[in-house]
Design a protein around this ligand. Structure first.
Ligand SMILES: Cc1cc2nc3c(=O)[nH]c(=O)nc-3n(C[C@H](O)[C@H](O)[C@H](O)COP(=O)(O)OP(=O)(O)OC[C@H]3O[C@@H](n4cnc5c(N)ncnc54)[C@H](O)[C@@H]3O)c2cc1C
Length: 426
C-alpha cells in the first residue's frame, strides 16, 4: 500500500503535486475550499492560459527561492512540462516562445488535469477548508473547518498566496505554515497596475502606446521595461508596468518615493545609427525637434503635436509644459520648447499605491525558502512539503508563475510519495 498523502489546495501546483504523487504509487487526497478545483487556472492568460515559456531560468524570478529555481527546473522544467501535457492529449501552441494550449482555452489545461486526477483515483474533497495541520509522532493530522480529521504520512501545502482571493487563495496557507513554525516573508501584490497621484489621468484613460519605462525609487533608477503602456483613469497599466510593479510595491511598503519615468519616443534613443548626428554634435532626438520647429513653425501647437504620439498624450504634455493649444509654434519661447521636448522623452508620474490583491496576478513574498529543502520539504516538520505560489518565489509575466506551479508541484509530489529520508537535502 502506498503512502497516504494530503494535498491542501487544488490549484495548478496542488493538482500537479497530486498527479505526481499518485503516479508514484501514493494514495492521494486533495482538500479544496472552493466548490471545484482549478478556478484560478481558468482566468489565466486572458482565458487562454499562458502555461509556460521557452525562455526559462532563475533570471525571471524573485524572492528567497530564486536560488532553488535552476535545481528544481533541472528535475522538471519546460521540456518535462510540455511532455507532461502532450502525454495527456493537449496540443501546444508556441507564440514566440510563450506556450499556450492549441485550443486557446484555459479550460483545456484544467480538463486534462482533472481527467488525469480521475484516472489516478485521486480523492477530491471540495468545499473543505483546512484549518490546521498537527504532527503527532510520525503522522500528520489534517483538520478541516468542516470537522473532518484524517491522518497522513505527508502533507503538501499548495494553498497559493493572496492574489485574486475570489479564486480561493485568501492567504490561509500562510496561517497554516506559521502555526507549523515557518516564517513568512512579507507579501505584496505583484503583476498589477500602479495608481498614480496626478489628477490628469481621466483625460488620457484608454490610450495605449509604446514606451520605455524607468522605475525610480527615491530618485534612483532601479528597473527598466519597454512595451505597450496602458493609461487608465487612475494611473498606468500594461505588461511593462506589471513587470515593474513588484519592486514598486516593496518600495512603497518601505515608505520610499516611487515614480515612473516614461519615454514616449524610445526609438529616438541614441545608438550606432545616430553616429551622423553625434558627429555633427546633434542627437537623432535633437534633430527630430529642430526639423519639427522649422517645418511646423506656422501651425498652432495643437497641430504641432499631432502625429508625434497619441494625440491625447501630446495635448496633455502641452498642458504640463504650460503651452496653450492655440499658441503659434514660432512664438513659443525657447524655454517652453525645451520643456516640451524633454517631456516627450522623460515624463514622470508619481506612484501612490499598487492595485490591490483583488486585481493582482500574483502575490510576492510567502514561505521563506531558506526553511525548505531542495525537495521543498519543511526543514522543521518532516513530511510537510510546499508547492506553488505559497512559497516566496514569484516570476515575471509570460508563463513563469505557472511553470513554477508545475515544477514545484511535481518535485514536492514525487518527494512526498517517496518518503525517503535521504531525499531531503541538508
Ligand atoms: C487573472 C490572472 C491571470 C494569470 N495569468 C497567468 C498566465 O497566463 N501565466 C502564468 O504563468 N501565470 C498566470 N497567473 C498566475 C498563476 O495563475 C498563479 O501563479 C498560479 O495559478 C498559482 O498556482 P497555485 O496552485 O500555487 O495557487 P492557486 O492557483 O492560487 O491555488 C491555490 C488553491 O488552494 C485553495 N486553498 C487555499 N487555502 C486553502 C485551505 N486552507 N484549504 C483548502 N483549500 C485552500 C484555493 O481555493 C485555491 O484553489 C495569473 C493569475 C491571475 C490571477
Amino acid at each position: 500500500m502506498g503512502r497516504k498523502i494530503a494535498v491542501v489546495g487544488g490549484g495548478a501546483a496542488g493538482m500537479m503535486a497530486a498527479i505526481q504523487s499518485a503516479r508514484a504509487g501514493a494514495q492521494v487526497t486533495i482538500y479544496e475550499r472552493n466548490d471545484r478545483v482549478g478556478r484560478k487556472l481558468l482566468s489565466t492568460g486572458n482565458g487562454k492560459c499562458n502555461f509556460s515559456n521557452e525562455m526559462m531560468g532563475s533570471d525571471y524570478y524573485f524572492g528567497s527561492g530564486k536560488a532553488l529555481i535552476d535545481t528544481i527546473y533541472r528535475d522538471f522544467g519546460v521540456n518535462e512540462t510540455k511532455d507532461f501535457f502532450s502525454s495527456l492529449g493537449m496540443r501546444i501552441k508556441d507564440r514566440n516562445g510563450y506556450l499556450y494550449p492549441a485550443s486557446e482555452q484555459a479550460s483545456t489545461v484544467l480538463d486534462v488535469l482533472r481527467y488525469e486526477l480521475e484516472r489516478l483515483q485521486v480523492i477530491i474533497h471540495t468545499n473543505q477548508q483546512v484549518d490546521s495541520i498537527v504532527r503527532e509522532r510520525k503522522l500528520l493530522f489534517v483538520e478541516t473547518r468542516e470537522h473532518k480529521k484524517e491522518k497522513y504520512d505527508a502533507v503538501i501545502l499548495a494553498c497559493g498566496g493572496k492574489a485574486a482571493p475570489k479564486t480561493g487563495s485568501d492567504g490561509s496557507g500562510f496561517k497554516l505554515a506559521k502555526k507549523l513554525g515557518h516564517g513568512v516573508v512579507p507579501t505584496v501584490p505583484a503583476l498589477a497596475a500602479l495608481r498614480c497621484k496626478e489628477d490628469f489621468f481621466k483625460r488620457v484613460a484608454g490610450v495605449r502606446c509604446d514606451a520605455q519605462l524607468t522605475l525610480r525609487v527615491d530618485g534612483q533608477p532601479v528597473r527598466f521595461e519597454r512595451g505597450e503602456l496602458q493609461w487608465t483613469d487612475y494611473g498606468i497599466s500594461g505588461i511593462p508596468v506589471f513587470q515593474l510593479s513588484r519592486d514598486a510595491a516593496y518600495a512603497l511598503r518601505d515608505g520610499k518615493n516611487v515614480a515612473v519615468e516614461i519615454n514616449l519616443m524610445p526609438d529616438y534613443e541614441q545608438n550606432a545609427e545616430d553616429e551622423v548626428y553625434v558627429c555633427s554634435g546633434e542627437s537623432k532626438y535633437e534633430r527630430f525637434w529642430a526639423d519639427r520647429w522649422i517645418r511646423q513653425s506656422n501651425q498652432t501647437m495643437e497641430r504641432f503635436v499631432t502625429g508625434i504620439v497619441n494625440k491625447k498624450i501630446g495635448l496633455l504634455l502641452l498642458k504640463v509644459a504650460g503651452i496653450k493649444e492655440t499658441d503659434k509654434a514660432n512664438l513659443v519661447p525657447e524655454s517652453s520648447r525645451k520643456k516640451l521636448e524633454q517631456l516627450f522623452r522623460s515624463f514622470t508620474v508619481t506612484v501612490g499605491e499598487i492595485n490591490s490583491y483583488e486585481q493582482a496576478q500574483v502575490c510576492a513574498g510567502g514561505i521563506d525558502c531558506m526553511e525548505v529543502s531542495h525537495e521543498l520539504e519543511s526543514r522543521f516538520i518532516p513530511g510537510v512539503f510546499f508547492a506553488g505560489e505559497i512559497l516566496d518565489i514569484d516570476g515575471i509575466c509570460g508563463g513563469y508563475n505557472l511553470q513554477w506551479a508545475w515544477s514545484s508541484g511535481s518535485v514536492a509530489g514525487r518527494a512526498a510519495a517517496s518518503g525517503e529520508k535521504g531525499m531531503v537535502s541538508a
